[in-house]
Design a protein around this ligand. Structure first.
Ligand code: PEP
Ligand code: MG
Length: 768
């Protein structure tokens, strides 16, 4: 049964539409259970009824016709009770409803299991049998497992299928569809979608259609020929090293690319209008699935070879497409799992919006979006991202709505919203040269977080007082190998020069977690608890020392460098890192004749272990900086990158606030400067709370700086202290958020979180 379950899940996950998902489910579950009937009923929001969507065993004409009101029939009962119903004589049950068109009269036994996704009943899976018998407990458990495993795929397919339907009905016309994600960088962006797919990943190739069929065929043939050539030269290089049988396999693979084999199937699909990449990945994945199911272990293993062949061809097709695609004037970058490296493929000045299916507002893509001031939505899990290429899209970075093919009215509303936002920003600009001081006279230093080249101009425009966090990994993302010492020196010098005489806090390389360098992949089951940040630097002193040397050399004559160490969790790590920094400093100033001022060195407090060692750390560094992004994820055990638990991630959680209070008090006790450089500092509510907790230095993205200044210039320190005090006593994050929003919801302040709408309003969930 486990093998059947694995097969079903695998097949369903590679299906591309709701009907396909459902057909696989009913066919495979009926066969695994050897039942007479397997059907799926799904809830139709518009009609408020459960509709028979797929069946194996009942008459296919009844699909879409049999509809049950809520609580009607056994299906309605299962859905209402949210638990399985296992009956020997279904027809004797008081809730039994008979639908003649299904031809279900001979079936007596009934097992109905609810399909639930994120606490919502999506529908019911029903098994029926002629013999009057109860399904065994083991069988029931199997179906419950199947439903739990498949509910996500059904929810996703349901939402994505809806758009496909709309898109095909309204070809040429405007057919609006709204999807919902996690608002991750405020603002409204209106532009056309440009897709970024992970390179050579067959499963993530979107379904696309083309009009220029001959060009598509030509591109496909070129890709096939290129791979054949590669295979031949690979084969001849291995001649003599492989057995005759193994060698013969090369020829088999080359022949698979012929017109009489995979090649031919794909050409057929392209002739029907499919894009070469979509056609190729569908055909290859179908064959891979077929091989994986084979009894013979030798043949089963060939699935991996076909998959590899598929990736090789796809890689050529993707290169071909990159060359062909003209980019729109206003780009909305859309992808399944976007990372900062996607920016390398587009002119950033044309970017007006970012939408990623995976990730959350604390992922690095979101942070980069905020740094660029580009409206960003992460975790738009139901967006059929593969089908929106070239569509007009509105990104509402305030509410998290992604609107595909907006109607004229919708577009007008959003253009108006953009105007309001512009006015607000213009208003804020007046604060540029005003110091950040609370009405009762307490100054707060506002610093910026940087990483991209574009940040420099934005930071200078916002008149930041220094750089509290320069993420050095960002320039590392944009390359194909580790930059050399002199390349790094040039990059760092540019930063230091731009801000001099103000300081720049350069954080040493913080890769791992969700920040993978394309040329230094780290494959781990649990990357946020794995090889990250300082752990990598200490394991690779050659990388660390090169970076430190480059930073120090870049600071010569400017003397505005501060070095910061990420992810410190023990004194041993801190001491070793300080020792290496000292070594690099000694080499440069004593042995190589550089005249460098010794920089201040600090540590980040971003893992729970560090919270309990603030005093020890504070005694041996010049400053501390709290990384609330990671600290929150580790304290609350909520992956900052996972949209499924994004609703649980909240920097205003009382546990986070209590940790922040303790950090501030411990740092003050050892007279060590402490700042906050996580995203919480750039959120007006978060900034007030931090002020109330005693923090006086906040570092944030340049685009948040004037909003935060405007807030802090209107709230006294006394008021902030009182708010923080009350928040600390509360027992849950939502209550704190509500409390602070209400307390600061004065007309002048509320606009800071959402122009055009009251501050506490949040948008409804997915609507299509
Ligand atoms: C943090 O964790 O709060 C932080 C500033 O670092 P990053 O977001 O780059 O992990
Ligand atoms: Mg961090």
């Amino acid at each position: 049964m486990l093998a059947s379950l694995r097969n079903i899940v695998q097949e369903v996950n590679s299906a591309r539409s709701l009907p396909e998902v459902l057909t696989i489910i009913v066919r495979e579950v009926r066969s695994a259970m050897q039942a007479g009937v397997c059907s799926v009923y799904l809830f139709d929001e518009a009609d408020q009824r459960y509709v028979l969507m797929a069946t194996e065993g009942l008459r296919s004409e009844s699909i879409g016709k049999v509809r049950l009101a809520m609580r009607e029939g056994l299906v309605g009962l299962v859905a209402a009770r949210e638990e399985p119903l296992n009956l020997e004589n279904a027809d004797k049950h008081p809730n039994y409803a008979y639908f003649e068109e299904t031809g279900e009269s001979p079936f007596h036994s009934f097992l109905g299991v609810p399909i639930i996704h994120h606490r919502k009943v999506l529908g019911v899976l029903v098994l029926q049998q002629e013999t009057r018998r109860k399904f065994k407990a083991k069988e029931e458990a199997f179906v419950v497992t199947v439903c739990a495993q498949l509910s996500g795929a059904i929810a996703h397919a349901e939402a994505t299928g809806a758009l496909r339907q709309l898109a095909s009905v309204g070809r040429g016309k405007t057919r609006e569809a709204v999807f919902h994600g996690i608002p991750s960088s405020p603002g409204v962006g209106i532009g056309r979608a440009v897709l970024v797919s992970s390179s050579a990943d067959l499963a993530s190739v979107p379904e696309r259609f083309v009009t220029d069929i001959p060009a598509e065929i030509e591109m496909f043939r070129f890709a096939l020929e290129s791979v054949k050539k590669d295979m031949r030269s690979l084969g001849s290089g291995l001649e003599g090293k492989l057995s005759t049988d193994e060698f013969a396999l090369f020829e088999v693979y080359i022949r698979l690319l012929d017109d009489r084999s995979l090649g031919g199937e794909v050409i057929e699909a392209i002739l029907q209008g499919k894009a070469a990449q979509s056609a190729w990945s569908s055909v290859v994945l179908q064959h891979v699935r077929a091989f994986r199911k084979m009894e013979d272990p030798y043949l089963r293993e060939r699935a991996a070879d076909i998959n590899d062949l598929g990736r090789r061809v796809l890689s050529y097709l993707q290169d071909g497409q990159k060359k062909n695609l003209p980019l729109p004037r206003r780009i909305i970058l859309v992808g399944e799992d976007l990372s900062a490296s996607a920016l390398a493929d587009i002119p950033v000045e044309r970017l007006v919006g970012i939408v990623s299916v995976r990730g959350s507002s604390n992922s690095h893509m979101a942070i980069v979006g905020r740094a660029l001031g580009v409206p960003t939505i992460m975790g738009a899990v139901d967006l059929p991202w593969g089908e929106v290429e070239g569509h007009e899209i509105i990104v509402d970075g305030f509410s998290g709505d992604v609107i595909s093919r907006p109607s004229r009215t919708m577009r007008r509303t959003y253009i108006q919203r953009q105007r309001e936002e512009k006015l607000l920003l213009k208003d804020l600009e007046k604060l540029r040269d005003v110091p950040c001081v609370t009405p009762d006279g307490f100054p707060v230093s506002l610093w910026v977080n940087t990483g991209l080249r574009q940040d420099i101009a934005a930071a200078l425009k916002a008149s930041a007082e220094g750089v509290g966090l320069y993420r050095t990994e960002i320039p590392f993302f944009m390359r194909t190998s580790f930059p050399t010492e002199s390349q790094q020196t040039a990059i760092y010098r540019e930063q230091l020069q731009a801000f001099a005489p103000q300081f720049v806090t350069m954080r040493t390389l913080d890769i791992g977690g969700d920040k993978a360098l394309p040329y230094f992949p780290i494959e781990e089951e649990n990357p946020f608890l794995g090889w990250r940040g300082i752990r990598i630097s200490l394991d690779h002193p050659e990388i660390f020392l090169t970076q430190i040397r480059a930073m120090l050399r870049a600071s010569e004559g400017l003397n505005n460098l501060r070095i910061m160490l990420p992810m410190i969790s023990s004194m041993a790590e801190l001491e070793r890192a300080l020792e290496l920094i000292q070594r690099a400093y000694g080499e440069l100033s004593q042995e190589e004749g550089y005249n460098i001022q010794r920089p201040e060195v600090g540590a980040m407090i971003e893992v729970p272990a560090a919270v309990y060692q603030v005093k020890e750390f504070g005694r041996c560094v010049d400053f501390l900086s709290v990384g609330t992004n990671d600290l929150t994820q580790y304290l609350l055990a909520v992956d900052r990158n996972n949209p499924r638990v994004a609703n649980l991630y909240n920097t205003l959680h009382p546990a986070v606030l209590r940790a922040l209070k303790s950090i501030q008090e411990q740092a003050a006790a050892v007279h060590c400067e402490v700042s906050v450089c996580g995203e919480m500092a750039g959120d007006p509510l978060g900034a007030v709370t931090l002020l109330g907790l005693g923090y006086e230095h906040l570092s944030m993205s340049a685009n948040s700086l004037l909003k935060v200044k405007s807030m802090l210039n209107q709230v006294t320190k006394e008021e902030a202290k009182n708010l923080a005090k009350r928040a600390l006593r509360m027992s849950d994050a939502d209550a704190v958020t509500q409390f602070l929003s209400d307390a600061l919801n004065r007309p002048a302040l509320s606009k800071l979180y959402r122009p055009g709408l009251p501050a506490s309003t949040s948008s409804a969930s997915a609507k299509t």
